[in-house]
Design a protein around this ligand. Sequence first.
Ligand SMILES: C[S@@+](CC[C@H](N)C(=O)[O-])C[C@H]1O[C@@H](n2cnc3c(N)ncnc32)[C@H](O)[C@@H]1O
Length: 257
Amino acid sequence: MFRLARYAPLLLLLLAAPPAAPPAAPPATQPQWTPPTPLGATERVDDRHLMVERQMAHPRDGRLRVRSAAVLDAMRTVPRHAFVPSGVRRRVYEDTPLPIGHGQTISQPYMVAYMTELLDLKPGDRVLEIGTGSGYQAAVLGQLTDQVSTIEIIEPLARRAAKTLKDQGYDAIRTKHGDGYHGWPEHGPYDAIIVTAAAQHLPPPLWKQLEPGGKIVIPIGGVYEVQRLVMLEKTADGKRRSKSIMAVRFVPLTRSD
Ligand SMILES: C[S@@+](CC[C@H](N)C(=O)[O-])C[C@H]1O[C@@H](n2cnc3c(N)ncnc32)[C@H](O)[C@@H]1O
């Protein structure tokens, strides 16, 4: 009796208390994607930092700055020297395209960064590259999204690039030997398409494989003409918006037939 009287106020308080609220739901978590760390990322780090600083982040020769932190990070991370033949490795962080064999070139680092920035990629975006070449541009794209597909028309280059990408740890990048004019519908539609060889016109299959809201960056023009880097956007209602970016010089988009 004595005990009950002593605990009665507590009992009353408990009975009067509103029912406990259900535990708060954990905050919705976005699946986090971590960009890969390629095998050669710890080699020639200073060369890459200098390349990014002088050629992209703060160029002094009047060219447009590359502003995207994600793109600049990708350029600092991908070991460009691992993608070129040993004969040109010494010069690989210079402001120039270099030969990779079979009459083809790895594009100038600035051009790789600038074209990548134009695509405005987010993790999870599907991107298609036409013209794998050395595999370097594909690796840069692979630092920004895990959905990269790339096509190369010259078989030995396609094979070598696929091996380099694997060796560097880019297991998620899909590579294919073939004529990129036809795109790669199996992995589309794409949020972004980048063509790294100059075409006379936009290949219609690429436009078809682009999502509404998606972007294509492509050099347009012949080998002996002034080529223009063009960005095309597909609006939500499927219309084409086109912007000429700058004069460029690329090897030609060739055809298999
Ligand atoms: C400037 S190089 C590309 C450089 C490359 N993106 C890199 O990072 O090394 C252009 C490449 O496009 C390839 N190419 C030309 N026409 C093609 C086509 N129809 N389909 C696929 N690749 C093509 C060439 O063989 C060449 O390797």
